[in-house]
Write a protein of this length. Structure first.
Length: 733
């Protein structure tokens, strides 16, 4: 510090020290500055462990499991009561962290532990995490790590479109070892077609519902492939749902080197892919390269294969467009370098760190780019492993369509035309950010159910009456869609038959609720509805018309074996009910039928029998079935003469009947309390996620509705993220 600072009354120094005596020597100033010093919090260490096992990296031999808490411990350099420790999980696998991904927060001490439980299903793969420690002055420090979560297999249905033939086919050069599949971890199922075939079939394929990722390229001058404008719009529509698109060498380029875009790839996809400035460095393939150098570390470089800092690749060359590196979701992973690493050649050639111009592999949102394809022969194992990582990163870092599981009825199941049709299924979206989904049910193209605010991982069960009358078959279509439009469709066909005359009842049952929290009760309600029966079945055609008869359905007996995960609490409406272990048996009074002269049918004197079984959930997860084969309803048809003696004329056993198959789900117990902690943030904070305190810990709760009292100070979205308004002149409390 120069002595003149002391003499300048308008200097920043004197503005800071304006309320203190005038300083004349440096020693006093240094003493004062030490008092003013703000100590930045520092993390000395951070680690993750699950049930005592260290999760130190992406290692297939040491994996984390879902539904078991993971502890993240840390040590800071100093004790400071004004520090806050926060834990973030990279849920969308984009190798970045934002405020919506904060999952735990506590006051920080010298040491501490944060935790998170992955209690929703997700794809097997790396999980990136970050611990950040911040002070009340806004100074921060952080440490990151990753581990491998073993959960649902990362299965991807991929469509690769070649320019022509099988040149550059992934199935041709990636069909060995574990490049495309490793049991229990990932399975990339690649369908390869030509551009001509794509033009002819894209409209019938429904890209959105049929595939998880599209790949174009791996062939020189690929951009000249003859894809129609309508076909390119289908690709664009798929990309706009957030699902994975992978482009490679010579897709976005100008074959005639003109000053304006020439191909639809540039017109429609260059901006999406972050390729902004036409440099034409790649024309005529100058200064070829056979090596790629790593620029960043992340999922791309660590899984399924651990890649080196330098990777041998098939011959390639410069690109045609520069990258817009100002876009926050654009991450360069590998750049190309000269074949010769001599200093003299490097000085005249590429700057390895110049990702704007010399990129080889990068990602931008759900779009992945590979510089491979100048040659169509890929013999380097390192490059094949890089392709495998690229495919996984392109899949896992993109949006995924929801999955429809545990569907009832089964395909080709048989139903009576007078029985109700119960349709049930579970909707899972392994994108942990997708919390609200849409679902629809159609029966023979008639929309019979719609829910546009379905919580992720929810079970749906709906019963429809009279939808099978007059039919011999019916087609059920179930749709599930996320907020970005990625959609799954499942269809089932059921066969419809007429009931036999010796099946006198229409049977129906329901369970309420269809999703039962552990420890909570549910009621299974059964209805036996006697149907009119013909004279032929009632008394036969060879009886005397001079006698009157009474028909009774008697000895009506019910039996059902219920699953072990349901505790049977009580029954109502059943005579002589007996519960033995998981079996319920009982009987019902007889039902009398009299002839209706007008219709010629025999009509029951009782409209229906209703009975109930109350159960309690013993477990906290899973989707299950009350199966048709596990219940029976038996009865006899007895015919009596209507005379003074009332003797029985005939007795015939009716067909054994069963109540329809019914699905249900079990879940965690309900929360009993939700508290909002006190929040104090500075107006300079870009955003802050409020974490509700749920009791008991780990219990389930519905969607929280967030609001803020004073919208002049800040806004809050439905994820609980507060954004201060810069115009406010106070702190938020």
């Amino acid at each position: 510090m120069h002595q003149d600072v002391l003499a300048q009354t308008s200097s920043n120094f004197n503005l800071i020290f304006k309320d203190v005596p005038v300083y004349t020597d440096m020693a006093t100033i240094i003493t004062k500055l030490k008092v003013q010093k703000i100590v930045r919090p520092r993390l000395e260490s951070a680690s993750a462990q699950q049930q005592g096992t260290a999760l130190a990296g992406v290692d297939k031999s040491t994996t984390a499991a879902p539904n078991v808490p993971i502890d993240f411990t840390y040590t800071t350099s100093v004790e400071n009561t004004n520090q806050l420790a926060q834990l973030y999980i990279d849920f969308d696998s984009n190798d970045q962290f934002d405020e919506s991904e904060k999952v735990d927060e506590k006051p920080a001490g010298k040491t501490g532990t944060l935790s998170y439980n992955f209690d929703a299903p997700s794809y097997t793969g790396p999980r990136n995490w970050m611990i950040r420690v911040s002070s009340s002055d806004g100074l921060t420090d952080y440490k990151t790590g990753s581990f491998l979560m073993k959960d649902q297999i990362a299965e991807a249905k991929i469509l690769q479109v070649t320019r022509s033939g099988t040149t550059g086919s992934i199935n041709g050069f990636m069909n060995t070892g574990t490049l495309l599949k490793q049991d229990g971890f990932y399975d990339f199922n690649v369908e390869v077609i030509t551009a001509d075939t794509f033009n002819q079939t894209y409209s019938t394929k429904n890209l959105n519902t049929a595939y998880d990722m599209l790949i174009f390229g791996f062939q020189d001058s690929y951009g000249a492939a003859s894809l129609s404008d309508a076909a390119s719009n289908a690709i664009l529509g798929f990309t706009n749902t957030g699902q994975g698109l992978m482009l490679s060498h010579d897709t976005i380029f100008r074959p005639n080197q003109s000053t304006v875009p020439e191909l639809f790839w540039e017109k429609k996809f260059a901006d999406l892919a972050g390729q902004k400035n036409f440099t034409n460095m790649g024309y005529a393939a100058p200064r070829t390269s056979g090596q790629a150098v790593k620029q960043n570390d992340g999922v791309m470089t660590s899984y399924p294969f651990t890649l080196g800092s330098s990777v041998l690749i098939a011959t390639t060359h410069n690109q045609y467009f520069g990258l817009d590196l100002e876009q926050p979701d654009l991450i360069p992973w590998y750049n190309i370098r000269e074949n010769s690493v001599a200093a003299s050649n490097q000085d005249a050639g590429r700057t390895i760190g110049d990702a704007r111009n010399h990129y080889y592999m990068y990602t931008k949102g759900n779009i992945t780019y590979s510089g491979a394809g100048h040659t169509s022969t890929f013999s380097q194992q390192q490059e094949k492993e890089l392709f495998s990582n690229t495919m996984y990163r392109a899949f896992i870092g993109a949006n995924h369509k929801p999955l429809i599981k545990n569907i009832l009825p089964n395909n080709q199941a048989s139903y009576l035309n007078n029985e109700p049709l119960t349709i049930s299924y579970k909707v899972n979206d392994y994108d942990l950010r997708d919390r609200v989904l849409k679902t629809r049910i159609y029966i023979d193209n008639e929309k019979v159910y719609e829910n546009n605010k379905l919580q992720n991982n929810s079970f749906v069960s709906q019963t429809f009456d009279a939808k099978l009358v007059g039919k011999t078959s019916a087609i059920i279509r179930i749709e599930a869609e996320d907020e970005r439009g990625a959609k799954t469709i499942e269809t089932r066909t059921v066969q419809v038959v007429k009931p036999s005359s010796s099946s006198p009842f229409t049977l129906q049952r329901s369970i309420n609720p269809t999703t039962i929290p552990q420890g909570e009760m549910a009621t299974i309600t059964y209805t036996i509805k006697p149907e009119p029966i013909s004279r032929t079945y009632a008394i036969g055609d060879n009886v005397s018309n001079n006698e009157a008869y009474v028909v009774k359905m008697e000895d009506i007996k019910f039996k059902e074996l219920l699953p072990n995960n349901l505790e049977i609490l009580s029954t109502t409406g059943i005579e002589d009910s007996v519960v033995t272990n998981q079996t319920v048996v009982g009987a019902f009074k007889g039902i009398e039928y009299r002839e209706d002269i007008g219709s010629g049918k025999w009509i029951s004197s009782q409209s229906e029998i209703t009975f109930k079984v109350t159960v309690r959930a013993k477990e906290d997860a899973g989707t299950y079935v009350l199966d048709k084969k596990d219940n029976t309803l038996t009865s006899n048809k007895n015919v009596y003469r209507s005379n003074s003696t009332g003797d029985r004329f005939t007795s015939v056993a009716n067909d054994t009947q069963s109540f329809q198959v019914l699905g249900y789900a079990l879940s965690k117990s309900y929360a009993t309390e939700a508290k909002i902690p006190s929040v104090r943030i500075d107006l300079n904070t870009p955003s802050y996620k409020v974490l509700p305190e749920i009791s008991p810990a780990g219990s389930q709760y519905g969607t929280l509705k967030w609001s803020i009292a004073d919208t002049d100070i800040a806004t809050i979205n439905q994820e609980g993220i507060i954004v201060p308004k810069k115009s406010a002149r106070r702190r938020l409390i």
